[in-house]
Design a protein around this ligand. Structure first.
Ligand code: SF4
Ligand code: SF4
Ligand code: SF4
Length: 291
């Protein structure tokens, strides 16, 4: 398959997007899910629209590789690594300011409504290959791995004096290395990190296929950055116990397996609204609370 150089004029890009839209429309039936699908498609487009906007210098509030062929913005983890490598207070303030602003308003909603990697996992989740991982002590503990990864990144960058996470990032492998290999093979020079990155990517794909939102649940350092803001964000999941029938529909559909309907401030909540859509009495709501 040859790359035409411009996605705007590429029949392959349009066919793929149309097929994804038709397939996804069948999947996202409920009211909030329809809006979420539109949002995810728009952000998928914006994320890969450098052929229109160029490389903007802004920071994604979700996970996507800035080396992807049409990436418009910078990966938050890449900025973190550069801030450490270059001892740049400016970059650190830029990163913290951007994530804090978005997190304070939306909490972890970018994971549910914008992130292409979350979108990919939603689509994989709908083909029902993955197994339901029930809440368990092991599952609860494994969710802390992403915070450990996030905390370890600055130390690893400082110690190895290199972009230690980016070197082996499986999402970078998926969104940058593979497309470059497929479409711009002659311009790709493999490094010593190519094999480890591909092995991690293969393991990540196995995880995603087997566990609903498995990457988000256990491993994503960007999700770990946003998660604490769920406690204070303006966008909240609210619960009115008087309306609750204890039917547990909400708990059944939650992709992050949160302790619903009570743990509405959970750091794991991606504000996807699936529980809201399934609640027969509107006891759960997604709403902005400015106080
Ligand atoms: S946790 Fe998932 S949805 Fe959120 S940024 Fe990471 S990959 Fe994207
Ligand atoms: S609690 Fe509701 S909004 Fe949050 S992740 Fe689960 S289903 Fe989505
Ligand atoms: S779906 Fe609604 S009514 Fe049923 S348990 Fe959850 S909050 Fe209560």
């Amino acid at each position: 398959m040859a790359c035409f150089g411009s996605c705007l004029t590429c029949p392959v890009a349009y066919s793929a997007l149309t097929m994804a839209a038709i397939g996804a429309r069948r999947i996202y039936r409920k009211p909030i899910q329809k809006k979420r699908l539109i949002s995810q498609l728009i952000f998928l487009f914006i994320t890969n629209a450098a052929f229109i906007f160029g490389v903007t210098g802004l920071i994604y509030s979700y996970f996507y590789c800035w080396e992807a062929p049409q990436a418009t913005m910078s990966c938050p983890i890449g900025i973190l690594e550069h801030a450490v490598l270059e001892s740049s207070i400016f970059l650190a303030i830029y990163l913290v300011g951007t994530i804090a602003t978005i997190g304070t308003i939306f909490g972890r909603a970018p994971c549910g409504w914008a992130c292409p990697i979350g979108f990919l996992q939603d689509l994989v989740g709908k083909i029902k290959v993955e197994r339901e991982i029930k809440r368990s002590r092991a599952d609860e503990r494994a969710r802390y791995i992403k915070y450990a990864i996030l905390a370890a990144i600055p130390f690893a960058v400082y110690y190895f004096a290199t972009m230690a996470y980016t070197d082996i990032c499986p999402i970078g492998g998926l969104t940058a290395t593979l497309p470059i290999l497929l479409f711009h093979y002659s311009s790709y020079t493999p490094t010593k990190f190519f094999l480890p990155k591909m092995i991690l990517l293969a393991l990540t794909i196995v995880l995603i296929i087997n566990v609903k939102r498995g990457w988000c649940r256990y491993l994503c350092p960007v999700g770990a950055m946003l998660a604490p803001f769920n406690k204070i964000s303006a966008l909240q999941l609210t619960f009115n116990e008087e309306k609750c029938l204890k039917c547990m529909n909400c708990a059944r559909v939650c992709p992050m397996k949160i302790n619903l309907p009570y743990d509405t401030k959970s750091m794991e909540c991606i504000r996807c609204g699936m529980c809201v859509d399934e609640c027969p009495t509107k006891a759960l709501r997604l709403e902005f609370k400015w106080r």
